[in-house]
Design a protein around this ligand. Structure first.
Ligand code: PXL
Length: 286
C-alpha cells in the first residue's frame, strides 16, 4: 500500500488542513500518516481561536520514525505554525527523502491578496527557501507574490502568469503549480510549469461565483493522492480541479449561507469512482 505523510495543523472545526487531508487521501486508497504542526480550536478565519504549537514534537516523531525505518511515497506539507517549524522541516525532509519519493509543498500563507493572521513577509521569505527542497510546489497567487516579493494583482495576463511560474521554479522545484488562475471572467483553474522540459500546462473549469475556505487544502490533498497513485501531474491536476469544482458546486447548491468550508464529504464517492479507472503504479514525475 502507498503511504503519504502529511505535515500540517489540526483545526478542530474548519474543514481544512488535516481534517480534509486525512479523509481525502485515505479515500484514494493511500495510507495517510500525519505530523500535526499545531492544534487550533478552529481555523484562523474565526475569531478567538486557540493555538497550541507542536513544534517540539516534530523532531521526536521524526527520531522515532527513523528508528522504525518508516518510508513514505510522498511527503506533503501544508499550514505550518511558525518560522521555527520551517527549519525543523528541513531536517525532516533530509531524513525521509529518498530517490523513490517526492516532496510536495503547499506554502499555505494567505489568499485573496492577504496573508492569513500570524504570517509575515519574513515567514514568506523562509518558506521560499524551504521550497528549494521541494519537487513540487502549489502556491496560490497570494502566496506566490509573497514568496517572490511581488505585488499581488486581481488580474494577470497569460505571459505574466508564465513568468511567475518560471520565477517560482527558480526557487528550486522541478514542477510548479499555480492555483486560482483565470484569464476569462467565467473560468478559473490552474497553470503548471515543468522546468526540465520547459512546458506549461493549464486546466480550467467554469467559475462558480463564490469563494469558500479550505478548497486549497482539498486541492492539494487530491493532487498529491492522484500523483502517488501513478497519474501524471497533468492528469492529477485535472482530477484535483474537477473534485474541488464538484465540492464547491455541491456547497453552492445546498448551504451557501453558513459554509465555513465546502461539502467535500458528499463528493468523496465521486472521487472514489474516478479512482476506479486509475492504473495505480509508480509515481510519474517526468
Ligand atoms: O486552509 C488553510 C488553513 C489551514 N490551517 C489553518 C488556517 C488556514 C487558513 O486560514 O487558518 C489553521
Amino acid at each position: 500500500m502507498k503511504r503519504i505523510v502529511t505535515i500540517q495543523d489540526i483545526s478542530c472545526i474548519g474543514k481544512c488542513s488535516l481534517t480534509v487531508a486525512l479523509p481525502i487521501i485515505s479515500a484514494m486508497g493511500i495510507e495517510t500518516a500525519i505530523v500535526p504542526t499545531a492544534v487550533l480550536s478552529t481555523h484562523t478565519q474565526f475569531k478567538n481561536f486557540t493555538f497550541r504549537d507542536l513544534s517540539e514534537d516534530i523532531p521526536l516523531i521524526q527520531k522515532h520514525w527513523k528508528e522504525e525505518n518508516f518510508k513514505f511515497d510522498g511527503i506533503y506539507t501544508g499550514y505550518l505554525g511558525s518560522i521555527k517549524q520551517i527549519d525543523i522541516l528541513k531536517d525532516f525532509f533530509k531524513t525521509f527523502k529518498t530517490n523513490d519519493n517526492f516532496i510536495f509543498i503547499d506554502p499555505v500563507m494567505g489568499d485573496n491578496g492577504k496573508l492569513y493572521v500570524g504570517f509575515s513577509q519574513e515567514f514568506a521569505d523562509e518558506m521560499a527557501k524551504l521550497c528549494k527542497m521541494a519537487d513540487i510546489i502549489v502556491p496560490n497567487l497570494t502566496e506566490a507574490s509573497a514568496m517572490l516579493n511581488m505585488e499581488y494583482k486581481e488580474k494577470y495576463a497569460e505571459e505574466e502568469i508564465k513568468q511567475i511560474l518560471i520565477d517560482l521554479s527558480n526557487l528550486g522545484p522541478k514542477k510548479v503549480i499555480l492555483t486560482g488562475v483565470s484569464f476569462k471572467e467565467n473560468e478559473l483553474g490552474v497553470m503548471s510549469y515543468d522546468k526540465d522540459i520547459n512546458e506549461f500546462f493549464s486546466y480550467f473549469r467554469e467559475r462558480i461565483p463564490v469563494k469558500y475556505h479550505g478548497t486549497g487544502d482539498i486541492f492539494s490533498s487530491t493532487l498529491v493522492g492522484a500523483i502517488v497513485n501513478g497519474n501524471s501531474v497533468e492528469e492529477a491536476l485535472k482530477i484535483a480541479v474537477d473534485y474541488v469544482w464538484e465540492t464547491i458546486n455541491d456547497t453552492y447548491k445546498t448551504n451557501k449561507e453558513d459554509a465555513y468550508g465546502v461539502n467535500f464529504e458528499r463528493k468523496i464517492p465521486y472521487l472514489i469512482k474516478r479512482g476506479e479507472k486509475w492504473d495505480v503504479g509508480s509515481v510519474k514525475l517526468g
